[in-house]
Structure formats: C-alpha cells, structure tokens
Write a protein that binds this ligand. Structure first.
Ligand code: ADP
Ligand code: MG
Length: 150
C-alpha cells in the first residue's frame, strides 16, 4: 500500500497530476483504467481530480457535481486514450442509477480513464482491478491519502 500526507490543496492537486501522467505513460493499450476515490467529505477527492485532469492535459475545470453524476472530457493529443470520465456517486442511492448511464460500457472501453468519487457506494459493480484512493481529513489543511488495489 502507498500513502502520502498533504498539507495544502495544491499538494493534493500535484499528487493527482503526477499520478495521471504516470498512468498515461504506463496504461495498457487494451485495458481501461479505473480509479475509485473514497473517504471523508471534504477529504480532497475533487481537489485531487482537478490535478489529475490537468495531468491528463485537460484544461476544463473539474467541479464538484451538484446535479451532475457523470461528466466526460476529451483527453487531447492521444492516439489510444481518448476520454476521461468523472463520475460522482455522492447522490447515488442505488447502483442501478449508474448502470442506467451506461456505466458497464464506460468501464469496459479501453479508450477510457475513469475516476469515480464515492466509489464505495457502487462497490458491487466496480471493476475488480480498480485502483482505490482513500482520503482522510486530519485538520484544516492536512489530509492523508492511501492507495491500494481492490
Ligand atoms: P471531497 O471531494 O473529498 O468531498 P473536496 O476536494 O471537494 O473534497 O474538498 C476539499 C476541501 O478541503 C477544499 O475546500 C480544499 O481547498 C480543502 N483542503 C484543505 N487542505 C487540503 C489538502 N491538503 N488536500 C485537499 N484539499 C484540501
Ligand atoms: Mg467531491
């Protein structure tokens, strides 16, 4: 298991950016990459994904979806990886709501990098090799991030 502690939102964004660049470099062509974010509200999941999207070369801002559950972004200048999906399950009560949005197809498509906030809410339907990042709130600016594979 890998873990890190960050002391500012900028550090958490940077961690996301570095991880995204690494994934772009090492991702297997024939497999999608799915990352699940779990842990405390305000733990930094969305903040992390802002840096992660930057690392993928995406310029649009990543927001905490209020009404939105799923947003799709184009990953520029890539031959094989084309899309980044930001899925936020904070409002999900039943995994069926996500399935209705085409979840199965999205996490099966090798062109995709998919990040799922509150992934534990849809545990039953998560792909089995999802990379899990758990965010823990310590104090105003301190967060712990632990990374493990399901
Ligand atoms: P989540 O998506 O997990 O609910 P957010 O990323 O939306 O959390 O919110 C995290 C909040 O905490 C933001 O307001 C951010 O600026 C603040 N923050 C303070 N310190 C950190 C840190 N070390 N890492 C990430 N966010 C931090
Ligand atoms: Mg969030």
């Amino acid at each position: 298991m890998l873990k890190t502690v960050t002391f500012s939102p900028a550090q958490t964004r940077k961690f996301g950016e570095v991880l995204a660049k690494q994934i772009l470099k090492t991702k297997q062509k024939k497999k999608p990459f799915v990352i699940g974010l779990i842990g405390d509200l305000g733990g930094g999941k969305t903040t992390f994904l802002q840096g992660f999207a930057k690392g993928l070369g995406i310029r649009e801002r990543i927001l905490s979806p209020t009404f939105l559950i799923l947003k799709k972004f184009k990953i520029p200048n890539k031959k094989i990886i084309h899309w980044f999906y930001h899925i936020d399950c904070c409002r999900i009560k039943n995994p069926k709501e996500i399935l209705a949005l085409g979840f199965k197809e999205i996490v099966k498509d090798s062109q995709n990098i998919v990040a799922i906030e509150w992934a534990d809410r849809i545990q039953k339907i998560l792909p089995k090799d999802t990379l899990i990042l758990e965010f823990k709130f310590f104090d105003r600016n301190k967060r712990k991030i632990e990374m493990f594979s399901t």
